[in-house]
Design a protein around this ligand. Structure first.
Ligand code: SF4
Length: 74
């Protein structure tokens, strides 16, 4: 699966990086969520390369996002 974050709509609640720090981290400059460097697609902070389906916390984080801006593409 791949993940995107519509970063400009992020409200910096912290839920995603608390729930799934393996994939999400707060950006120090704009405070929005971003993909951790290891999994960024060509350096894009808002899009991941394919990540293991075993990373179950990703689905949990997407479901908890109050802004519903984390999208999973299978
Ligand atoms: S859960 Fe959603 S709104 Fe909250 S920090 Fe993550 S992407 Fe932003």
């Amino acid at each position: 699966m791949k993940v995107t974050i519509d970063r400009m709509q992020c409200v910096s609640c912290g839920s995603c990086w608390d729930t799934c720090p393996a994939l999400f981290v707060q950006n120090d400059d704009d405070s929005f969520s971003q993909i951790v460097e290891e999994y960024r697609d060509k350096g894009d902070r808002g899009a991941s390369v394919a990540i293991p389906d075993t990373m179950a916390c990703v689905r949990e984080a997407a479901g908890l996002c109050p802004a519903s801006i984390i999208t999973i593409v299978e």
